[in-house]
Design a protein around this ligand. Structure first.
Ligand code: HSE
Length: 328
């Protein structure tokens, strides 16, 4: 059978996770998809940082090596920030390639534009890895919530902050030490400001908002707080009261009909659906009108959980059974 040619943009934590997963699980993926998988090129900024993989895989600093290679079917994008990711993905879609992204900041801002462009060019976008790491939340909502209407979401969407809060409470670690550990494990962003100030959770919440409510809330109906002001005393006081401090992203319509979103700290009791979500795990608690309450939980950050989400998108796209993309 004709090989599936793929390309990868970025070799940071997530890019390396994808690269390694494509190699470690090559046989299984090829069996599943019924075709050989060929990694055609890896586009990175600084080749000198990645000399170890150079021998077997062509490395390039030029996106044209993907755009003008007609053999490449699918492009994995794993770089940080809106640009050049948005431009690269637009160009890949216009060149007729399916794209799979883990870039939440870019997709929160430009997801709808990319979805519309993909529809125009008859290609697919996989973006499950943008939100909640390895939890298949995007595909679950796209594939499995068709009869239900989702009314409200409460979620832990950042692995770094949940890890820090857990370590401060359970092991008495100071904030800075817990953050350093999160960085060491590859959970935190290169610049962790987006994690600890709540921007990363906010980007993911906006991606869910587009998917579930077909729009994002007006800025005046959005509140965002980080975790940098949480003290060890507040965490221990909550513990003493049988509660845990969690960094919760939520979205719903308020009583006056406005879509409202919050990323806030809350001391939650044991009966709360997010109380038991610990360490790097994320969880999404959905209230839907037919089924009632459902919570999906799993690893929210790290190279392999994120690579897992990207590879599941890959299998879905190559199997040609994608659900239609909602475009708001
Ligand atoms: N820095 C992010 C987190 C990575 O900690 O959740 C996964 O998006």
């Amino acid at each position: 059978m004709k090989p599936i040619h793929v390309a990868l943009i970025g070799l940071g934590t997530v890019g390396c996770g994808v690269y390694q997963t494509l190699h470690i699980h090559k046989k299984r993926l090829e069996m599943q998809l019924g075709a050989p998988i060929h990694l055609s090129t890896v586009v990175i900024e600084n080749p000198e940082k990645h000399q170890k993989i150079g021998a077997k895989t062509p490395i390039s600093t030029d996106i044209s090596d993907i755009l003008y290679n007609p053999e490449i079917d699918v492009v994995f994008e794993a770089i940080n920030g809106k640009e050049p990711a948005f431009t690269y993905l637009k160009q890949c879609i216009e060149a007729g390639k399916h794209v799979i992204t883990a870039n939440k900041e870019m997709f929160a801002a430009h997801g709808n534009e990319l979805k519309a462009l993909a529809k125009l060019h008859d290609v697919q976008i996989g973006y499950d890895a943008t939100t909640a790491g390895g939890i298949p939340i995007i595909q679950s909502i796209r594939q499995l919530f068709k009869a239900n209407q989702i009314k409200e979401v409460q979620a832990i969407l950042n692995g770094t902050t949940n890890y820090i809060l857990t370590e401060m409470r359970e092991n008495g670690l100071p904030f800075s030490t817990a953050l350093k550990q999160a960085q060491k494990w590859g959970y935190a962003e290169a610049d962790p400001t987006n994690d600890i100030e709540g921007y990363d959770a906010f980007f993911k919440l906006m991606i869910l908002s587009d998917l579930i409510f077909n729009k994002q809330p007006d800025p005046e109906h959005i509140k965002r707080t980080g975790i940098t002001d949480v003290t060890a005393e507040a965490i221990q006081q909550a513990k003493h009261e049988g509660k845990r401090i969690k960094h919760i992203a939520s979205i719903k319509y308020d009583q006056t009909g406005n879509l409202t979103a919050e990323v806030e700290l809350a001391a939650v009791p044991e009966r709360h659906p997010l109380y038991a979500v610990e360490g790097v795990d994320n969880a999404i608690h959905l209230k839907a009108d037919i089924v009632g309450d459902i919570t999906l939980t799993g690893p929210g950050a790290g190279a392999f959980p994120t690579a897992s989400a990207m590879l599941e998108d890959f299998c879905m796209i190559v199997s040609q059974k994608p659900a239609p993309l909602p475009i708001s």
